[in-house]
Design a protein around this ligand. Structure first.
Ligand SMILES: [Zn+2]
Length: 441
């Protein structure tokens, strides 16, 4: 590397000399494709470009429009076709001014909307992009419903977060499978199983192919007052060998394993891919984290998450290979809700060719969902929230001793004789030694 230092200075000099006149005539940019990602909370329009954009934008009303000027642009008679659609965007048109090499793109809108415009560098499957995020109404969450149910016998609420989405494909398998496209159907299957279980309710954080900011993912879980946030991902590594599922919980320190460090890095990468322009990067996460370190409830959340993770791992271990037998710890933003126990399940390695194929099958996706569901149910059966239906249903057992009578057992457990009779389908008062009685909570 030593020799390169001198060369580097010279190369830089050449680059500067050469690039100056280049700027004058290099109207090199071109819109290659346009993608629209509607989501419940915003509409994102992505322009795939040949080069980094020089742009400015403004809104007009009467009728409502949004205008983007792309400078240093090639003459482009017509825009490429649009992939996807959204109610907000009624049409996209363009005009070109040769004198200043500017392509003007006009988005006709069905209603007034403000937008956040930023460019993204090439990453993953995409090249240079210009992203226009129209803010919509905040998604109507079934919060009121969830809150109304906050009475004895309520459902246990589980927020299921399918990782990545939209502009962020997640990891990409050797035969081209996108992680975002695997974790959504698995999440949907898990939600369905949970919703079929009396006393449990699932809400999907991401319901389609669009990106949800990491902070927003935890915010949604918080708004739902979820009892648990389960984030679902597929792992990837630099070599094809690693395989198997793993479950992650929050560590306030940096991860110690190599896979863990990669995961932390991938999450930051995901934000970059998903398009967190500096403009919209907010301090929510830092705020919660700062608050968290002092907050004792974090301990409770972390312990609870660890227990849930252990149950899920045990069940996953019945149907798939495990990459790690114990819950792993990493410092991941999506796990960092101080008040909501959160786990991250890596259902397998998409970078392993066999697992990539297996993960694509409906049968394996269902098996994964089923075992995660079993694990979660087992966890909440073992430690239900005090006001939940699961808590009400929880029964202790008592083996009848010599000298016991029904009224003595009832008195000892602080329940009525009637409740005991009802719970054990007893008609009279007769009980026998060794008989197991179920004691209502
Ligand atoms: Zn992922």
């Amino acid at each position: 590397m030593k020799n390169n230092n001198n060369n580097f200075g010279f190369a830089l000099f050449c680059l500067l000399v050469l690039s100056y006149p280049l700027q004058l005539w290099a109207a090199s940019n071109e819109v290659q494709s346009i993608r629209i990602w509607p989501s419940p909370e915003n509409t994102r329009v992505v322009f795939d470009l040949a080069a980094e954009p020089a742009h400015n934008s403004f809104a007009l009303d009467n009728p409502d429009r949004f205008v983007i000027d792309l400078r240093q642009h090639k003459a482009q008679a017509r825009l490429p076709g649009t992939d996807g659609e959204a109610d907000l965007i009624t049409s996209i048109r363009s005009s070109y001014t040769a004198s200043n090499q500017t392509l003007r793109i006009v988005l006709d809108l069905s209603s007034k909307a403000s937008a956040n415009v930023f460019s993204l560098p090439p990453t993953g499957p995409y090249g240079h992009r210009l992203v226009v995020d129209f803010k919509g109404e905040q998604r109507e969450l079934p919060v009121a419903q969830a809150r109304a149910q906050r009475q004895p016998g309520r459902d246990i609420i589980i927020a299921i977060d399918a990782g990545h989405g939209g502009e962020d494909p997640g990891s990409i398998g050797p035969s081209g499978t996108f992680e975002k496209n695997l974790v959504l159907p698995i999440s949907r299957r898990l939600a369905e199983l949970i919703n079929n279980e009396p006393g449990m309710k699932a809400v999907l954080v991401r319901t389609g192919d669009y990106f949800v900011h990491l902070n927003r993912r935890t915010d949604i879980a918080r708004e739902l007052q979820a009892d648990l946030l389960v984030s679902i991902h597929a792992d990837a590594f630099t070599s094809p060998q690693p395989r198997g599922a793993a479950v992650w919980v929050l560590s306030l320190r940096r991860a110690t394993s190599e896979v863990g460090r990669m995961l932390e890095q991938k999450e930051r990468h995901s934000e970059l891919l998903g398009g967190v322009g500096d403009v919209i990067r907010d301090s929510t996460q830092e705020r919660y984290l700062a608050q968290t370190v002092l907050d004792l409830s974090m301990n409770h959340s972390m312990v609870s998450a660890h227990q849930a993770a252990t149950h899920v791992l045990t069940e996953l271990g019945q149907i798939t290979r495990l990459h790690r037998r114990e819950p792993q710890a990493a410092s991941l933003a999506v796990l960092r809700s101080p008040d909501i126990p959160s786990i991250l399940v890596e259902v397998g390695f998409i970078s392993n060719p066999q697992e990539e194929q297996q993960l694509r099958t409906a049968q394996h996706q269902q098996r994964l969902a089923q075992s995660m569901f079993q694990g979660l149910r087992r966890h909440f059966r073992a430690s239900p929230p005090a006001d939940s239906l699961f808590a009400q249903q929880r029964t202790r057992e008592y083996r009848v001793q010599r000298g016991d009578s029904l009224s003595i057992v009832a008195q000892r457990h602080n329940v009525s004789v009637d409740a005991l009779r009802q719970h054990n389908q007893l008609n009279g008062d007769t009980i026998r030694i060794g008989q197991v009685l179920r004691i209502p909570d």
